[in-house]
Design a binder for this molecule. Structure first.
Ligand SMILES: *[C@@H]1O[C@H](CO)[C@@H](O)[C@H](O)[C@H]1NC(C)=O
Length: 228
């Protein structure tokens, strides 16, 4: 009995980590998950854009890379998209005073227009669009299109895209029993939930079991403190 218990606790801890971890991943504009269609310039440390009127500080931009899109009245559309899998998405760019078009975003039935009303020349890591509460296991696509902001009097308007953050993972550990661990697939759901409530009661002791067994197998950092 005592030999069986610690083994099952260690197994369940692995399950709760793989289900419960909410992870944010940053995806640079240079990733193939971004698509840019129309009038865009791709700026990297080795290919600066001499003709671009927007000259932000590259050291404040993720990876030193960004996409500079522009639009003027009557021009063909300037659009883009970002495809991802996760429960939330955040798209960041560099806001600019006056010369920025309205950016109309669409994700499924969600629509939002990003408009910067401020007066800073550049605002780095500005949140252009966000959506949360999405189906975490599905692929989603955010689309956007530039619309000329007629109030500014600026004929050629530009918007700068920098990176996205995607949230993956599940928040609810107890009710989510899907697991990629092969050991847990052989267990029935009823067994898993029953032992999950046991492990919650003795979570601290189970934690000690797993950390001590792992550390003794490797470097055992805690036993080194006995030398002091
Ligand atoms: C993920 O990033 C977004 C946007 O920066 C932030 O609002 C959210 O709190 C982050 N979530 C986690 C789990 O770090």
């Amino acid at each position: 009995m005592f030999q069986w218990l610690p083994h099952s606790f260690i197994l369940l801890l692995v399950v709760s980590f793989s289900n419960g971890a909410i992870t944010n991943t940053t995806i640079d504009d240079s990733s193939g998950s971004f698509k840019f269609v129309g009038s865009w310039n791709t700026i990297t440390p080795t290919s600066p854009c001499e003709i671009c009127s927007s000259k932000p500080d590259a050291s404040k931009i993720h990876g030193g890379t960004w996409h500079d899109g522009n639009i003027r009245t009557g021009a063909s559309p300037t659009t883009g998209s970002f495809t991802f899998q996760g429960s939330a998405v955040y798209i960041f760019g560099i806001d600019q005073a006056i010369s920025q078009p309205d950016i109309a975003f669409t994700l499924g039935s969600t629509q939002a227009v990003h408009h910067y009303p401020g007066t800073e020349q550049f605002v780095y890591s500005a949140l252009f669009f966000q959506a949360t509460g999405l189906a975490a296991d599905q692929t989603h696509t955010v689309n956007w299109v530039f619309n000329v902001d007629g109030s500014t009097g600026v004929p050629v308007q530009a918007a700068l895209f920098d990176y996205a953050i995607v949230t993956s993972g599940q928040e609810d550990v107890q009710t989510t029993t899907t697991s990629r661990s092969p050991e847990t697939l052989s267990k029935t759901p009823r067994q898993s939930s029953a032992s999950a409530s046991v492990s919650a009661k003795s979570a601290s002791s189970a934690n000690q079991e797993s950390t001590s067994s792992r550390s003794s197998a490797t470097s055992a950092p805690e036993s080194q403190s006995s030398t002091s």
